[in-house]
Design a protein around this ligand. Structure first.
Ligand SMILES: Cc1cc2nc3c(=O)[nH]c(=O)nc-3n(C[C@H](O)[C@H](O)[C@H](O)COP(=O)(O)OP(=O)(O)OC[C@H]3O[C@@H](n4cnc5c(N)ncnc54)[C@H](O)[C@@H]3O)c2cc1C
Length: 388
């Protein structure tokens, strides 16, 4: 058997036929609907969220790992493979799917009432309704326990006031899962975005994740019926469990950006000649490519291990932190190193590598910064929470 540069260790052999078939479908969707346009979306800082959502829904990518309500009910490994293929297109495009499925839909699926599930999940799975997940605030990011957004009772209604920042999909969303402080602790609410008092503004001037729609949500005494509260969400554990879902997808997704960067660098190094021969023939170039391939494969084995544990129902949050910390950090190192292989062309949007590297700066920060994941792992190792 000959070496396949992007699967040096023949890890594909560890997948079932079904997993590989799902991967092939997602790869085709990305080839058809993302790759031809993504550089332009990135340069313009605009992405057609609704059209993409409908395309992704056709192959069951929205809420893919959830059961019922029109969701595909796929395995954690299959969902991971989908995230990888999407992020090989662009981290922003993968974010669209992660936020829709792992954050907004998962929160409603896990903590919502039957009425909330019936109202939102089938439409969200079909791409007819877009969701977002509002946890971060302008003054409270890594420490959501100190959030200022409040929900108070007025008769049986709730009144929400405050604001959320850096919320993916917010400007185009139909529903926001908003986390707010109540007298009884942190609670979640399914907030229709057309409710009076809700406004969403786009965050502009991003230099990363530009093919993703990011916004600020302002909640100005927003009156909601009692039925808007997610009844089973009690305390900060509820949003954190949603984050664990999304972080798991990132463990895989980041590898997609890394793989696409290595793929591009390998092609480029084979074709580009300097000093009378392909730059792939220089030892220093080979060292870069070898290091990238080694880290890519190690990250993949880690993702697959975590995925199999998720499918067995035994994956723990600190294990997800190991995957998120390692795979995003290494993917970013791979993308940066691969960019150097492309020389000046490495900074051009004609090639995807700099876009991946810039995107991975966001991926390093959102869904728990690297430092926070180090602290989660540190707590698991020592029994001492350094951040509380
Ligand atoms: C493009 C984009 C999309 C996003 N989408 C969403 C979304 O859909 N929903 C949502 O709720 N949020 C979203 N976020 C927000 C994201 O989750 C936060 O940015 C992240 O949690 C970090 O919070 P912060 O930016 O306030 O940084 P801060 O918390 O202010 O951290 C700044 C720095 O301090 C470090 N730090 C903080 N506390 C400690 C500590 N105890 N010890 C050591 N170091 C520490 C951090 O690691 C970081 O390096 C998004 C962010 C971006 C950039």
């Amino acid at each position: 058997m000959t070496t396949r540069p992007l699967d040096l260790l023949d890890v594909d052999a560890l997948h079932s036929e079904e997993e590989l078939a799902i991967r092939a479908v997602v790869r085709r969707v990305v080839d058809d609907h993302v790759r031809p346009n993504v550089a332009e979306w990135y340069e313009q800082g605009q992405v057609p969220v609704r059209e993409l959502a409908r395309e992704f829904a056709k192959v069951g990518l929205l809420g893919m790992h959830l059961h019922g309500y029109g969701c595909a009910g796929a395995s954690a490994v299959a969902y991971g493979l989908a995230c990888l293929e999407l992020e090989a297109g662009d981290s922003g495009v993968r974010s669209l799917v992660s936020v829709q499925g792992s954050l907004a839909m998962f929160a409603i699926w896990k903590f919502g009432s039957d009425e909330q599930k019936d109202e939102w999940l089938p439409r969200m799975a079909a791409g007819d309704a877009i969701g977002c997940f509002g946890l971060t605030e302008p003054d409270h990011g890594s420490d959501p326990a100190s959030m200022s957004t409040k929900a108070r009772r007025d008769g049986s209604d709730w009144i929400l006031s405050g604001g959320k920042m850096w919320i993916t999909n917010a400007p185009v969303a139909d529903v926001a899962v908003v986390w707010a402080r109540t007298e009884d602790g942190i609670s979640g609410f399914a907030v229709p975005m057309d409710t009076p008092g809700v406004t969403a503004r786009e965050v502009r001037h991003k230099l990363s994740l530009r093919a993703s729609c990011t916004g600020e949500i302002v909640l100005d005494d927003v009156r909601l019926p009692a039925s808007a509260q997610l009844p089973a969400a009690r305390g900060l554990k509820a949003p954190l469990s949603c984050l664990t879902e999304a972080r798991y997808g990132i463990v895989w997704g980041a590898l997609g950006a890394a793989r696409d960067s290595l793929h591009t660098a390998l092609d480029y190094a084979g074709a580009r000649e300097q000093f009378g021969r392909p730059i792939a023939g220089f030892q220093l170039t080979q060292a870069k490519l070898a290091d990238a391939a080694v880290e890519l494969q190690k990250g993949y084995l880690l993702a697959l291990h975590l995925g199999r544990r998720a499918d067995q129902g035994v994956l723990r949050p600190e294990q997800v932190s190991v995957g998120k910390l390692n795979n995003v950090r290494e993917a970013l190192a791979i993308a940066r190193q691969c960019r150097t292989v492309l020389g000046a062309n490495g900074i051009s949007a004609e090639y995807p590598v700099m876009r991946h590297a810039a995107n991975l700066e966001t991926v390093l920060t959102y869904e728990g910064t690297s430092e926070i994941h180090q602290l989660v792992i540190g707590q698991a190792l020592t029994g001492i929470a350094a951040f509380s």
